[in-house]
Design a protein around this ligand. Structure first.
Ligand SMILES: [Zn+2]
Length: 236
């Protein structure tokens, strides 16, 4: 037995792979029980305010921010545990097709056509200090594998121009004020935005204020249709 596989065997013994929802033993890391996976899929179009509809064509979430998905997002975000990603990848393989079937950006298309579309995925950016602190943008990591699988390029076309306060605990008006003008498309990236359809990615969609503000900056730079794809949302 090589050193590597001996190490893996030890890790499997100490930390056996388990379903992230019910904790039952699984044969490999990243695997869910079929029932738990089906239950976690809550692919749906989110309600939007008039403000949001001005700049967003649609907003979608794939899961409710609860249970296993909430735990996985937190594990990645606050404990920097990338082992959460294998479980998210399995989830996205199951939830992804339901989104593609129903989202207006993908009318009856298959993966081959999808990759040729004038489409680019853009993650909601973190303020650079925050990203330095965390070491990554969690939204990019959550969707990276999924986008590769479907031939959708991901580009960092937005920057956060200033630090913002955490949105929780603020009223809707305070949230808007907090986020106003917080995002921009850098001049050298404007040509990548012009005339493009954008899949705006977020880990958790709460009120839509952040995504709408991102979309406003993208529209200003000439983006065509903008659809939000959030991994989770508290909105049911
Ligand atoms: Zn399970």
């Amino acid at each position: 037995m090589g050193l590597q596989s001996a190490w893996e065997a030890l890790m499997m013994f100490l930390y056996p792979p388990r379903c992230p929802a019910c904790g039952r033993y699984r044969e490999r890391r990243g695997a869910w029980c079929a029932d738990c996976l089906a239950r976690a899929c809550a692919v749906r179009r989110l309600r939007m305010t008039t403000d949001e509809r001005d700049v967003l064509a649609e907003a979608w979430a794939l899961a409710i921010y609860t249970g296993a998905l909430r735990d996985l997002v937190r594990r990645l975000k606050y404990q920097r545990r990338r082992d959460a990603l294998a479980y998210v990848e399995t989830f996205l393989r199951a939830a992804g097709p339901m989104f593609f079937e129903r989202c207006l950006l993908f009318p009856a298309s298959n993966d081959a056509q999808r990759s040729q579309k004038n489409l680019v995925a853009v993650p909601v950016p973190l303020f650079y200090k925050k990203e330095q602190q965390r070491g990554f943008n969690q939204t990019e990591l959550l969707f990276e594998h999924f986008l590769q699988l479907h031939g959708i390029p991901m580009k960092r076309l937005l920057v956060r121009t200033r630090a913002t306060r955490p949105q929780y605990g603020l009223s809707k008006d305070e949230r808007k004020e907090n986020m106003r003008g917080a995002f921009a498309v850098p001049d050298e990236k404007r040509s990548d935005v012009q005339g493009r359809d954008i899949l705006l990615l977020d880990d958790i969609y709460t009120t839509g204020v952040t995504c709408a503000e991102c979309a406003r900056a993208l529209k200003k730079a000439g983006a065509n249709r903008i659809v939000v794809l959030a991994l989770t949302s508290g909105q049911v």
